[in-house]
Design a protein around this ligand. Structure first.
Ligand SMILES: CC(=O)N[C@H]1[C@@H](OP(=O)(O)OP(=O)(O)OC[C@H]2O[C@@H](n3ccc(=O)[nH]c3=O)[C@H](O)[C@@H]2O)O[C@H](CO)[C@@H](O)[C@@H]1O
Ligand SMILES: C=C(OP(=O)(O)O)C(=O)O
Length: 418
């Protein structure tokens, strides 16, 4: 088994370049099933999840070729299989995003119910509500979802919650439905805008992404294009926190500051100096973290995917901080791991109350999910001694070259086989 070891490190210093966003790349790769000509995707992060979704596409009849490590060529002209493989689907929630494109292209799909995951039950009712509004028949039996439709007809859909995945699935399926689809209370994340831009390059007629109403005029056929994935705002945020927690001085490059406004605002509230430049953000930590309150919300609120990293930082604040998680019902699993490292945290329902401590101590810990893993890396940078992190496949799902990047900034981090 491989683990990641993090040792107490000096304040991080230097520059780090952020890769393309996982949460943009995954839906855009799924959306590539809609096109019938060559699609070239650039700045695709080199991640476990990307490998899995590419395998899902191949299993459906698409050609997927890596031109280099982070550039993919996809051609879905010969898409011929509407049945997804359970062994791939159950590895990753985002694989559900092939459902919309499959129904749009082939009039049917057979996929497995994705089931819950560590951070919550993550139902898919909103995805299915959207499909049904466009005329799709859905049957869920024996853990499988059978969907079929003779003709997709645009419709009006109101999402009870601005689900990112449901918004994406509905944009994809509606792009090939007859007539117009109006999606209200849509998610507004930057990754939704990236998907709109990509689909429009293929020939779709979508507007409104980035607001709560998205209008999609269906077209008969989608083609090909070249598209560059936007930078990963969560990877960027993780490095900003790394600079802050170590009292370092780090320039984070290839980041769009407007995508992480709440992260920047909360770092400043915590007493960290953040300098926004055109294409980079510099963080200068002074070694002292002020207590702050954080509440996760759908975009443009504070991202749930940055909650655990902030919690790691706040374990060392001078006072008491409160973190409220409103997006996922079970996203506090890192708390027990941080407590093993000496943190003082109490959970009360959706809130975590963090009483700052003078220092953390390294310990054997488990990455219980992707961002929990990132939080443990951050805590490990400032904890006395060694932090040995197990179950690092979670971290590999979402961080491209994490050890190399941290090492380049002066961190003591390495992989070990045990
Ligand atoms: C690949 C990807 O982009 N993943 C991101 C995406 O996940 P994902 O698209 O799965 O997240 P959603 O926005 O759909 O989920 C948010 C909340 O809505 C609930 N829900 C969702 C769908 C549904 O049909 N019914 C329902 O009740 C979920 O259980 C959750 O409590 O957005 C999340 C919220 O910003 C991020 O944490 C994930 O990193
Ligand atoms: C929860 C996350 O991702 P996913 O939706 O792919 O599980 C994440 O990126 O933190």
């Amino acid at each position: 088994m491989e683990i990641i070891v993090v040792e107490k490190s000096p304040p991080l210093k230097g520059n780090v370049r952020i890769n393309g966003a996982k949460n943009s790349a995954l839906p855009i790769i799924a959306a590539s099933l809609l096109g019938t000509e060559d699609i070239i995707l650039e700045d695709v992060p080199d991640l476990r999840d990307v490998g899995i979704i590419c395998e899902v596409l191949r299993s459906l009849g698409a050609e997927v070729e890596f031109i280099d490590k982070r550039t993919i060529k996809i051609n879905s002209k010969n898409l011929n299989n509407h049945i997804t493989r359970y062994d791939l689907m159950n590895k990753m929630r985002a694989s559900l995003l092939v459902m919309g494109p499959l129904i749009a292209r082939l009039g049917k799909s057979k996929t497995s119910l994705p089931g819950g995951c560590a951070i919550g039950t993550r139902p898919i009712d909103l995805h299915l509500k959207g499909f049904k509004a466009l005329g799709v028949d859905i049957n869920t039996e024996h853990g499988s979802i059978d969907a079929s439709v003779d003709k997709l007809i645009g419709g009006k859909i109101y999402l009870d919650f601005p689900s990112v995945g449901a918004t994406e699935n509905i944009m994809m399926i509606a792009s090939m439905a007859e007539g117009e689809t109006i999606l209200d209370n849509a998610a507004m994340e930057p990754e939704i805008i990236d998907l709109q831009n990509f689909l429009n390059k293929l020939g779709a007629k979508i507007k409104g992404a980035g607001t709560s109403t998205i209008k999609i005029k269906g077209v008969k056929r989608l083609g090909g294009c070249r598209h560059q994935i936007i930078p990963d705002r969560i990877e960027a945020g993780t490095f900003l926190v790394a600079a802050a927690i170590t009292g370092g001085d780090v320039v984070v490059e290839n980041v769009i500051a407007s995508h992480i406004k709440p992260v920047i605002a909360k770092l400043r509230e915590a007493g960290v100096e953040v300098i926004e430049n055109d294409d980079n953000i510099r963080v200068i930590g002074n070694g002292e973290i002020k207590p702050i309150d954080v509440k996760t919300l759908p975009y443009p609120g504070f991202p749930t995917d940055m909650q655990s990293q902030f919690m790691a930082m706040l374990t060392l604040c001078k006072g008491t901080s409160v973190v409220v998680e409103t997006v996922f019902e079970n996203r506090f699993m890192h708390v027990d791991e941080l407590k093993r490292m000496g943190a003082n945290i109490k959970i009360d329902g959706k809130s975590a109350i963090i009483q700052g401590v003078d220092g953390l101590t390294g310990a054997p810990v488990k990455a219980t999910d992707l961002r929990a893993g990132a939080a443990l890396v951050l805590a490990g940078l400032v904890a006395e001694g060694k932090t040995e992190i197990e179950d690092i496949y979670h971290i590999e799902r979402g961080y491209d070259g994490i050890e190399e990047k941290f090492s380049k900034l002066g961190a003591i981090i390495y992989r070990k086989t045990v």
